[in-house]
Design a protein around this ligand. Structure first.
Ligand code: PEP
Ligand code: MG
Length: 584
């Protein structure tokens, strides 16, 4: 009999195929007692499993594909550190010696003890760290029990995995990256939230995915035939023929839709009433550079340079910055490039940035982005020098993240002036009129957008952070994720106010957060007056299509209504009326 399970669809698309279960949880660990004479061998068995787990993680870290957008290496480093921690290495060995436990059971006892300490903590961030304990313990257990290997161990059995839908208790970003290499067609997990790195990765790899399907491992087994609908967050197990036919049809329709979008590549983004919209791309890694032209973007509206600092021990020097920027400029071949200065800190803690100091209790509210740059100019100045030097090679502008007051902006501009003087003294050329813009992602900056607009050449709204800080929620914490609401009237007012501030000062305002690339918000943003979008290249054509079907005057009327709505449900209703007009 067919059953349907529900979760959160985090990466759209339909996958149909048989299931491969790659992770089992802790529950089937058996206890048995060993003899006194076996103690040393058992401890060695544990140590060797820990060594294998470390080697395996190091190997994964080395082979993270270059096109990977998020900081997977930092996750892996955390797990490697845990594998070296005595809580996970010495304590289970002690339990083996003292209680003659088998290694698996000793490890499980220690895991349970650690998790119970985390569970008692009041800090939700620390409480979620128990996932890391589980992840590392599972990895060691796999070597001890010789059970079903994890995804990366299966790279040799590509054929076996190809076309399968992976079911796991939870997946790490490292496992997710390897999915594409194994030809996996979709995945679902019991845990996880829509803004987890794993979910973001699934979207950029184009694999349909659902997370948070509770008890999936209880109801779904190896080789079960399933339909995974990543758009609606539904998994249908053992579908009947009629359902299967329906979904196969839907799958063909979706594929046709995305292939049809390619026709829009060379077409301009102009609304029905002939308003020209600037449609640019967000990029992170050199592997993304080519995609900008592939989708016909007008340029790069957000180049996240902090990814230059990841997977390494030392920060990049001026020459490396310069080489990278000139390479992007070369690839863009005349298209404008917006370089965002480094935004390290918060969830992007890396060795290549700043080595010292413990991670703050609230890293998202801590030393991050421009704050870190001003505190540690030795990190910032080489980047500014390199950007200025690169500015003679093509159209280039600079964007400062996380501005919260004018003083920060002035300090940055002071550093820029000093760097310009140094370069001029040495006769090194740079663009004397290079433009400087600021990201509006702190509510204080949005409220005072008029002030920033008077002093800067352009603004760009970073809704990922603006929503996080407006709603007072950590954007990576799935327990409060339900509050991450782009349609909250406060968020809309801040976006609208920033756009108006730009208009008043006569400077352009872009929006480069994820909201710009989510098609359900395009009409609303156009109605609010947004004329520049910067989005992930994979969604650019879809956004262009909506723009070409939009009537801005009509959208402005709807946006006005949305701005006076009392809550996001009302706004959503206004939007759904808008979508049905477009569909008809
Ligand atoms: C944002 O905050 O919306 C943004 C684009 O920056 P990031 O996601 O890199 O913080
Ligand atoms: Mg941001």
């Amino acid at each position: 009999m067919s059953i349907a399970l529900h979760g959160m669809g985090v990466s759209r698309g339909i996958a149909i195929g048989s299931v491969h279960v790659i992770q089992k949880d802790q529950h089937d660990i058996r206890e048995y007692k060993i003899k006194e004479t076996e103690v040393d061998t058992e401890v060695k068995r544990l140590e060797s499993a820990i060594t294998c787990a470390s080697e395996q993680l190091r190997a994964i870290r080395k082979h993270i594909p270059r096109a990977t957008e998020t900081d997977i290496a930092a996750f892996i480093d955390t797990h490697l550190l845990m594998l070296e921690d005595s809580a996970l290495t010495h304590e289970p060995a002690r339990l083996i010696r003292e209680f003659k436990y088998n290694a698996e059971w000793a490890l499980k006892q220690q895991r349970d003890a650690l998790v119970s300490v985390f569970e008692e903590m009041n800090d939700p961030y620390l409480r979620t760290r128990q996932d890391d304990v589980d992840y590392v313990v599972n990895r060691i257990q796999r070597f001890l029990t010789d059970r079903s290997p994890m995804l990366h161990e299966e790279t040799n059995s590509r054929k076996q995995l190809s076309g399968h839908i992976v079911l796991a208790n939870d997946l790490t970003p490292a496992d997710t990256v390897l999915m594409q290499h194994n030809g996996i067609s979709g995945f679902l997990t019991e845990y996880g939230g829509p803004t987890s790195h794993t979910a973001i990765l699934a979207r950029s790899l184009g694999i349909p995915a659902i997370v948070g399907v509770q008890q999936a491992l209880r109801y779904v087994n190896e080789d079960d035939h399933v339909i995974l609908d990543g758009t609606h967050g539904v998994l249908i197990v053992d579908p009947d023929k009629r359902t299967l036919n329906q979904y196969e049809k839907l799958q063909r329709k979706e594929r046709r839709y995305y292939s049809d979008l390619k026709k829009l590549k060379g077409k301009p983004a102009i609304s029905l009433d002939e308003t020209v919209i600037e449609l640019q791309a967000n990029i992170e890694l050199p592997a993304d550079f080519d995609t900008v032209k592939e989708v016909g973007a007008n340029g790069v509206g957000l180049y996240r340079t902090e990814f230059l600092y990841m997977n390494r021990d030392e920060p990049p020097d001026e020459e490396e910055h310069y080489d990278t920027y000139t390479k992007v400029i070369d690839v863009l071949d005349g298209l404008p490039l917006t370089i965002r200065t480094l935004d390290l800190g918060a969830d992007k803690q890396v060795d290549g940035g700043r080595k010292s100091g413990p991670i703050a209790a609230n890293p998202a509210l801590g030393l991050r982005a421009v704050r870190l740059c001003l505190k540690e100019p030795s990190l910032f100045r080489p980047q500014i020098r390199a950007i200025l030097r690169a500015s003679v090679h093509g159209p280039l502008r600079v964007m400062i993240p996380m501005l919260s007051n004018l003083h920060e902006m002035n300090q940055v501009l002071q550093i820029v002036e000093e760097t310009k003087s140094e370069l001029a003294e040495k006769g090194i050329p740079f663009d004397h009129d290079i433009q400087f813009g600021g990201m509006i992602e702190v509510p204080a900056a949005a409220v005072c957008a008029e002030i920033f607009a008077r002093h800067l050449d352009f603004l760009s709204i970073g809704t990922n952070d603006l929503i996080q800080y407006t709603m007072a929620i950590d954007r990576v914490n799935d327990e409060v994720n339900y509050l991450y609401d782009p349609l909250h009237p406060a968020v809309l007012k801040l976006i609208h106010g920033t756009i108006k501030a730009g208009e008043k000062a006569g400077i352009p305002v872009a929006l480069c957060g994820e909201m710009a690339g989510e098609s359900q918000y395009t009409g609303l943003l156009l109605g609010l007056g947004l004329r520049e979008f910067s989005v992930h290249p994979s969604v650019l054509l879809e956004i262009k299509q909506i723009i070409t079907q939009s009537h801005i005057e009509e959208l402005s009327r709807l946006a006005k209504k949305a701005l006076s709505a009392e809550n996001s449900i009302e706004v959503a209703e206004i939007l759904s009326a808008l979508q049905s007009t477009r569909a008809s």
